[in-house]
Design a protein around this ligand. Structure first.
Ligand SMILES: [Zn+2]
Length: 225
């Protein structure tokens, strides 16, 4: 089936239009990387915006708005490649401290509309390629917010993101005995996390998500762009 689909809809490289894959090996090597920002709050150690590249931006748009869901593994692959080759010390640090990937959740309305959460799809493949834990079940989105793109005013965007995430029970404060060092291995919150999102605009989403974790959590933010 996938062979047939490949014949009917061949994958073209976003960089050079060569047939075969969304990002050919040559173009993958040439992607422009983004920057590392040491942050800001005591909890958030740093934010790495992995790419500053128009081809990656276009691929993310196609994944989200043209529903090309098979782009997710390709985006994970170029991300793993770029992290390992351009930011090897960061990957080493994440592995040593056993950072857990946590995708930014979508509210279920939006997820039902799109059929998938792109941050979760890419994050899962990427964590696997980096041999790091992945947990999409720690956090839930409790309030429906306007999409970032439609809310142009920065202050409004920040306001819009407040109190929209919470830890899922049994992690939340209604179950104090089970949180953090609590009983039951499955219920221990990770002490080192990577909040993963496809796009980082104002940082409002990731910052608001970081707030729900206990004070002594080490947090990185990783975004594709
Ligand atoms: Zn190419």
């Amino acid at each position: 089936m996938s062979f047939l689909l490949d014949l009917l809809f061949p994958r073209l490289c976003y960089g050079c239009s060569q047939i075969g894959s969304y990002f050919c090996p040559e173009c993958t090597k040439k992607l422009t990387t983004g920057k590392l920002n040491h942050l800001t709050s005591s909890k958030i150690e740093a934010h790495l915006s992995l790419f500053n590249d128009s081809t990656v931006k276009q691929a993310i748009l196609d994944l989200k708005y043209n529903f090309v869901s098979d782009l997710a593994p390709s985006l994970a692959k170029i991300s793993a490649y770029t992290l390992k080759n351009r930011f090897p010390l960061i990957v080493e640090y994440w592995r040593q401290s056993n950072f857990t990937f946590i995708p930014v959740p979508l509210h279920h309305y939006r997820q039902n509309w799109r059929g998938f959460n792109q941050a979760s799809l890419i994050g899962q493949s990427l964590a696997k390629l980096l041999k790091l834990p992945f947990n999409p079940n720690l956090v839930t989105k409790t309030k429906y917010t306007l999409t970032q793109a439609k809310t142009s005013h920065k202050a409004l965007r920040l306001k819009n993101q407040q109190n929209t995430f919470s830890l899922r029970s049994p992690y939340n404060s209604f179950f104090p005995a089970l949180s953090r060092e609590g009983s039951g291995e499955g219920f221990v919150l990770p002490s080192h996390i990577i909040i993963f999102d496809d796009v980082y605009t104002t940082g409002a989403t990731s910052t608001s998500l970081a707030k729900i974790f206990p004070k002594n959590t080490s947090i990185w933010i990783l975004s594709l762009v």
